[in-house]
Design a binder for this molecule. Structure first.
Ligand code: PLP
Length: 420
């Protein structure tokens, strides 16, 4: 049975960022409960990745399962129709996000919410009679998704831009943000924005943590600088919190570290606790007004078939409710403490450039590319699922992971760093 799954997978199924057929054989998951993945050979692995930031409550969580299994309709179109799950979710997101964000566009994935955010920026400028402002400013080292507008603001070196040259819009890039606050970097951002103000529609960044672009952390003070710069030139400030939203960095939203509110906020990944694909772009009244004005386009020009999917909205609402019901702040802080202790031995390993922990995120950066199969095999020997990339072995455990499981993840990361 599992052999046929393997060979059919190899014959027919693409996996992320891979060739066809794949270079390595994926593990076959037959069940997932709590923080554990069960494999077809009977092994159980502690999930160190939360299925790419999403499964913050682990798998088969009773409250989330109940939301999905309730006697509920599956989907209705969102054009001209509405329903309780979408309205309640949107209202809840407005309540818990930074104050000026009032309106919610429900999208079907993180990348699509970025496309929507970019449309908001362009339509905002158009409403102000500045239709020539069509570029976005960002900093290097970012990751915003795999659709074209999203890719265009990803790191130009690590983000596969060379592959799409001639097709991808050319955006305005600042240097990678420094690891600790540097006033000279604020000046660099201000200069760049001033030089390009006539052609810029908005600024988009991942606040505090750059995820898939390199797992780098930066000072929240640079976000305050971006807010000022955006105001100075009337640019729409977009924070991509698809990875950082819902507590991962130790605040509910990473923007909260800086006490700065964006004009547009994108959330996804942990929004549904990893159950179904859904994301959202939240915006201020000023952005909504401009987008809706005749000059701005008379409305937001986007409308996915599965917009506001009721099942996804129900499970998202259950996920947010569950998160806020628990003491997520202590859970995240506790994971951070165990990871800080657990990853410390990696500092003295040869080939390790840096070890860093923020919130419930732990990163070991090597001075060379990870030998991924070797590193993964080392982690599996410790009973842990990790997915290193480039020079990074990293973990963002489910918030419900108990200290023993987090400690085991820490050992696995160190073992993977030593092996890979
Ligand atoms: C994952 C991610 C995205 C893309 O989300 P998808 O749901 O994969 O399209 C965008 N931005 C950030 C910061 C992400 O981590």
């Amino acid at each position: 049975m599992s052999d046929s799954v393997r060979s059919l997978d190899r014959q027919h199924v693409w996996h992320p960022y891979g060739p066809m057929p794949g270079r390595s054989e994926p593990l076959v998951v037959t069940d997932a409960r709590g923080v554990r993945l069960t494999l077809d050979d009977g092994r159980e692995l502690v999930d160190g990745m939360s299925s790419w930031w999403a499964a913050v409550h682990g798998y088969r969580h009773p409250a989330l399962d109940a939301a999905l299994h309730a006697d509920a309709f599956s989907h209705v179109m969102f054009g001209g129709l509405t329903h309780h799950p979408a309205v309640e979710l949107a209202t809840r997101l407005v309540e818990i996000s930074p104050a000026p964000l009032e309106h919610v566009f429900l999208a079907d994935s993180g990348s699509i919410s970025i496309e929507v955010a970019v449309k908001m920026c362009l339509q905002y400028q158009r409403a102000r009679g500045r239709s020539g402002r069509t570029r976005m400013m960002t900093w290097r080292g970012g990751y915003h998704g795999d659709t074209f507008a999203a890719m265009s603001v990803c790191d130009p070196d690590g983000g596969m831009h060379a592959l799409w040259q001639g097709f991808l819009p050319e955006q305005v890039f600042a240097d990678v943000p420094p690891a600790t606050y540097d006033p000279a970097y604020d000046e660099h951002l201000a200069d760049l924005a001033a030089r390009h103000a006539d052609e810029l529609a908005g600024i988009i960044v991942e606040p505090v943590v750059q995820g898939a672009g390199g797992m780098r952390f930066h000072s929240p003070r640079h976000l305050a600088a971006l807010r000022e710069i955006a105001d100075r030139h009337d640019l729409v400030l977009v924070f991509d919190e698809i990875a950082t939203g819902f507590g991962r960095t130790g605040e509910l939203f990473a923007a909260d570290h800086a006490g700065v509110a964006p004009d547009v906020l994108c959330v996804g990944k942990a929004l549904t606790g990893g159950y179904l694909t859904m994301a959202a772009a939240l915006c201020t009244a000023a952005v909504a007004e401009a987008v809706s004005a005749d000059g701005g386009g008379g409305g937001l020009m986007h409308g996915p078939t599965f917009m506001g999917n009721p099942l996804a909205a129900r499970v998202a609402l259950a996920s947010v409710t569950e998160l806020l019901r628990r003491d997520w702040r202590s859970e995240v802080a506790g994971i951070g403490e165990v990871l800080t202790t657990g990853l410390a031995p990696a500092r003295s390993l040869p080939g390790v450039r840096d070890v860093r922990v923020l919130g419930a995120i732990g990163v070991v950066q090597l001075d060379h590319s990870v030998d991924v199969p070797v590193a993964q095999a080392a982690a599996e020997r410790h009973g842990v699922w990790l997915r290193p990339f480039r020079d990074l072995i990293y973990t963002m455990p489910p918030f419900v992971a108990v200290p023993d499981d987090v400690a085991r993840i820490g050992e696995a990361v160190v073992a993977a760093a030593a092996a890979g």
